[in-house]
Each structure stands twice: as structure tokens, then as C-alpha cells.
Ligand binder design. Structure first.
Ligand SMILES: [Ca+2]
Ligand SMILES: [Ca+2]
Length: 236
């Protein structure tokens, strides 16, 4: 049977691979490697701390004349590894379109046979954050005695999110762009008036659509954060 033959063939290849190439095999003789991190530099200090997540995109290796040698993806934690590189001088870099750089986007490394050269890359995105709250007096401002409301849904296009049980949401490490968050008011609830009074404690959804819009931009190489994109909800 074709299916059975296919399985047997696959098993044979795997067995052969294990026998010929041990899991901890070094790079090919005479070559070196380049490794490091591509991470979100949450505190923008130019260095990686263990709490900082992977940057989730590619790292490229180029000859000094610009010719591409390899492009590799990063692991979820931000680690990357480029193996079997011929000794010599190279450029290693990321292409952080839409993010603020906190390190150089490109570094020059000398690859030596039998050794691993290191290059780390940090970048900063925007955190879009806010709360959903019960605007008891319907004035569009969040007073100290007005409680947060949890588990309110929102949509960005076809992607769905929502506030947690305590009424908070956070979209971390976002690149430049316009993010229309369309909140969904539960039955019997409407939205507060928009932009009434002090921005840090006002409501940001259009009452007729439920849409609150976050804009993330780079200005002179710096990205803006979007705190307090808050939504007031009023009982009808
Ligand atoms: Ca850092
Ligand atoms: Ca209020």
C-alpha cells in the first residue's frame, strides 16, 4: 500500500539521520556559526533581560559586499542560530520596519572555524493598554468610585480580544500602524460620551460604533506608547 510504504520510507530516513548526524553535531569541519537574540527591549536599555520576549522575525547574514548568505527565523524566545558559515567577515542584521531600534540594526562579525560569534538585536514596540469601566454617572470620566468591568470583547478586523476579569487589556509590542478596536457592549449597555475631559480618565470609543482607535507611529526614530485607551460603559 502506498500509505504504508510512505510511512516505512519516512521511518527509514529518520533512522538514517539519527545514525549519521548526532543531535549535538558540531558545524561542518572548517566552518563557524553566528548566534544571538532578536528581542523586544521592553525597557529600551539596549540589553536583554530575562523578562524580555522574542522579537519574532528574521535575522540575516550578509557578505561585506551586501550579498545575502542566509536568513533564519528566531525561536519563540528570540534565539537564532546560523550554522555552517565559512570563516570570514560578515554583516548580521535585522530589518525592524515599524519598530524603534534600541541597538544597532546591523553588526559586523568575524566568523572563525569551530567557534560561534554573537550578535544581539533589540527593538521596542508600542503597548496599547486600557480599561473598561462602569461609568455610573454617564459623564465620560472615570471617577474613583466607578468600578472596572471585566470580560468586555473587542475586535480588530477579524482578530478578537477583550479585557480580562479585572477590566484590563494590553496589546504589547505592536508596530507602527492604526489599530481600530471595536468594542462590543453587552446587552442593555451603551458607551459613554467620547473624549469628555481629562484624557487619562476619559472614554475613547465612538458611542455609535464602539470603535476606539490607537495610532502607533515613529517620530525621529522613537515609537509612541498608547496608554489609557479606556472605554466607559453606561447602563441603559
Ligand atoms: Ca532591556
Ligand atoms: Ca463617570
Amino acid at each position: 500500500m502506498v500509505g504504508r510504504n510512505g510511512v516505512l520510507l519516512l521511518a527509514g530516513v529518520l533512522a538514517c539521520s539519527v545514525a549519521v548526524f548526532p543531535a549535538q553535531a558540531p558545524s561542518s569541519a572548517g566552518t563557524g556559526a553566528v548566534a544571538g537574540l532578536h528581542y523586544f527591549d521592553r525597557n529600551a536599555d539596549g540589553a536583554w533581560q530575562p523578562v524580555e520576549p522574542g522579537g519574532g522575525s528574521a535575522v540575516g547574514l550578509y557578505r561585506m559586499d551586501g550579498g545575502r548568505v542566509a536568513t533564519v527565523g528566531t525561536e519563540p524566545g528570540g534565539e537564532y542560530l546560523i550554522e555552517d558559515v565559512a570563516p570570514g567577515r560578515y554583516r548580521v542584521g535585522i530589518n525592524p520596519v515599524g519598530y524603534q531600534l534600541t541597538t544597532a540594526s546591523e553588526v559586523v562579525v568575524d566568523v572563525v572555524a569551530g567557534a560561534t560569534s554573537r550578535a544581539d538585536f533589540g527593538k521596542l514596540g508600542a503597548d496599547i493598554t486600557g480599561v473598561t469601566w462602569h461609568d455610573r454617572n454617564a459623564d465620560g470620566q472615570r471617577q474613583a468610585d466607578e468600578p472596572l468591568l471585566g470580560d468586555i470583547r473587542f475586535w480588530i478586523g477579524r482578530w478578537g480580544g477583550g479585557t480580562d476579569a479585572t477590566g484590563h487589556y494590553a496589546l504589547a509590542n505592536q508596530g507602527t500602524g492604526t489599530y481600530p478596536l471595536r468594542f462590543v457592549a453587552p446587552e442593555g449597555i451603551r458607551f459613554s460620551p467620547k473624549n469628555a475631559g481629562a484624557p487619562a480618565t476619559d472614554s475613547d470609543a465612538d458611542p455609535s460604533t464602539g470603535i476606539a482607535t490607537a495610532v502607533v507611529a515613529l517620530t525621529d526614530g522613537r515609537i509612541n506608547q498608547v496608554p489609557n485607551l479606556d472605554i466607559g460603559l453606561v447602563a441603559e
